[in-house]
Design a protein around this ligand. Structure first.
Ligand SMILES: [Zn+2]
Length: 290
């Protein structure tokens, strides 16, 4: 699916649908509080029948004249995720769907994981002959230094951190020499650079795009669900530092509101891209005309 914004941005979906109860993902979204939000009345974003937030798991692909940049690599196939039955030993069509969208694995020049959680690193690797090998053999895998340092340290204490995804989806990239460890404001090419957004994880980054005509921000899990635009103080249960995540989210939303920039998070269901409206008195968003 083509998304609005600078350069050319497309979305390739791994899964999409009702995912988590509001107050499971967002502990502050207790039933009374959630019921007062616009998102709770929008069937694109909330499935009332199952009481679950609708979420997508997808990669975003940016094409420029020079590069093909793949942002966030979902859950992946064949991974051992016994604690998450829907992620355990998946056998999905993501890679063929990616190729069908005009982006064969060999064409990818950069992979960016906005952070190193299990659902953002999965397709970094695939299982071939019993070994985890890089899925994108010609790509530089960009990882923020703060993020790598943090999870490397945690991994030393806990082999199962992030459902074991360090060992099957990050370490093999480091071992293959394809990781490029960068500062949190790294520039990939003119008009495309990272911006630090700590809180969800210590080294979480946003990818900023500006082609001189339009701007977009690929924010990863800085904003998980559309309801957090109305309620930017609500952080997720997966945030390492919920307070800092909220501070980062609020500052970002205040900065881009009314700017016309497109905001493309990692889990917003279709239509995925939004433009934030409003001010500190109350934020909202508009979606693309279809
Ligand atoms: Zn995520």
């Amino acid at each position: 699916m083509k998304l609005p914004g600078p350069f050319s941005i497309t979305r390739v979906v791994e899964t999409e649908g009702p995912s988590f109860a509001p107050d499971f993902l967002l502990p502050d979204a207790v039933p009374d509080a959630f019921a007062q939000t616009d998102a709770s009345r929008d069937p694109r974003f909330y499935d009332a029948a199952s009481n679950k937030l609708v979420m997508g798991f997808y990669a975003l692909i940016i094409r420029t004249e020079r590069n093909v940049i793949l942002v966030d690599t979902c859950v992946g196939n064949d991974k051992e995720r016994p604690m998450r039955p829907d992620w355990h030993r998946r056998n999905g069509s993501f890679l063929t769907d990616l190729a069908a969208s005009g982006c064969p694995a060999e064409s990818v020049t950069h992979v960016l994981c906005t952070h190193l959680h299990v659902d953002h690193v999965g397709w970094n690797t695939r299982l071939i002959g019993g070994r985890w090998v890089p899925t994108f053999p010609n790509a530089k895998y960009l990882m923020a230094r703060t993020e790598v340092d943090h999870w490397q340290e945690v991994r030393r204490r806990d082999a199962n951190v992030n459902h074991g995804s360090w060992d099957d989806s990050v370490q093999p990239i480091l071992d293959a020499g394809l990781a490029v460890i960068v500062d949190s404001d790294y520039e990939i090419e003119p008009g495309i650079h990272l911006m630090p957004a700590p809180g969800h994880t210590p080294g979480n980054v946003i990818l900023c795009l500006d082609d001189g005509k339009q701007r977009a921000y690929l924010v990863g899990d800085t904003i998980h669900h559309p309801v957090q635009i109305e309620r930017p103080q609500w952080s997720s249960r997966f945030c390492a530092d919920p307070q800092l995540a909220a501070t980062t989210r609020i500052a970002f939303i205040e900065r881009v509101a009314e700017s016309g920039a497109w905001v493309l998070p990692a889990h917003f269901p279709r239509p995925t891209a939004v433009q934030i409206t409003g001010d500190a008195g109350g934020f909202g968003f508009t979606t693309p005309q279809t």
